[in-house]
Design a protein around this ligand. Structure first.
Ligand SMILES: C[S@@+](CC[C@H](N)C(=O)[O-])C[C@H]1O[C@@H](n2cnc3c(N)ncnc32)[C@H](O)[C@@H]1O
Length: 218
């Protein structure tokens, strides 16, 4: 289980926003709604690899009533995201500082309604596709924690990663609701929230690819 490591200033900074993170998030497994004072009907959205939290803050703000959990393995990046949420006073947004490879340590079967994966590392230079957050072993874990018909919203700048991910979604039984190779020119742009990386790539003229897929029924 990942824990916030003791780094300079981190305890003081965390203390100011301690209501947004959990020292032992694994103890919330299967009980996130209750622990966060939500009823059993509340939808839970989980973002994996949230970076500095722009997307999490804006998406949680746009979806009042949803319980939004953002997972990030880098401690100082997580802290930056927590501070952003605190400054923006975003309701119902919590953070888990942990690695997605242990996602089932933190979330129970069918606990999650929707997963966001935005601009995950393509691992192309080192040719390590098994590390991609859309590799089939990861998708199998997402299938278990998602409710029946739960969805994954995926975005990337990287075309080989996108093609790979579409194949992995197909191979693991997800069905496609939407696929675009130019999100910002598509019908989905109106509701799209840009991430930090997305804005950077868009400024470079790189087209953003995106897919929405639904988990197979169990
Ligand atoms: C390329 S950045 C994208 C950040 C953000 N989603 C965006 O679009 O601006 C990828 C982020 O995912 C995090 N990450 C990578 N692998 C992860 C994993 N296995 N578990 C949790 N976070 C991970 C990295 O630390 C990094 O902050």
């Amino acid at each position: 289980m990942a824990r916030m490591r003791a780094k300079k200033n981190i305890p003081d900074r965390l203390e100011k926003c301690k209501e947004r993170w959990f020292e032992f998030p694994a103890t919330n497994k299967g009980q996130w709604r209750g622990v966060c004072n939500k009823d059993s009907e509340t939808k839970v959205f989980l973002e994996i690899g949230c970076g500095k939290g722009k997307f999490a803050c804006e998406t949680a703000s746009k979806n009042p009533g949803v319980l939004y959990i953002a997972m990030e393995r880098d401690t100082s990046v997580t802290l930056a995201a927590i501070e952003k949420a605190h400054t923006m006073e975003v309701p119902d947004l919590y953070f888990v500082n942990a690695d997605a490879q242990f996602i089932e340590t933190y979330f129970a079967n069918e606990e999650i309604d929707r997963i966001y994966i935005n601009f995950c590392d393509p691992w192309s230079r080192k040719n390590k596709p098994k590390r991609r957050l859309t590799y089939r072993d990861y998708l199998e874990t997402y299938k278990r924690i998602l409710k029946p018909n739960g969805q994954i919203f995926f975005k990337t700048d990287d075309e080989p990663l996108f093609e790979f991910s579409l194949e992995e979604f197909k191979a693991t039984g997800f069905t496609f609701n939407a696929v675009t190779y130019d999100l910002h020119s598509s019908e989905f742009n109106e509701d799209n929230v840009r991430t930090e990386f997305e804005q950077k790539f868009a400024d470079q003229g790189i087209k953003i690819k995106g897919a929405i897929v639904t988990s197979p029924s169990k």
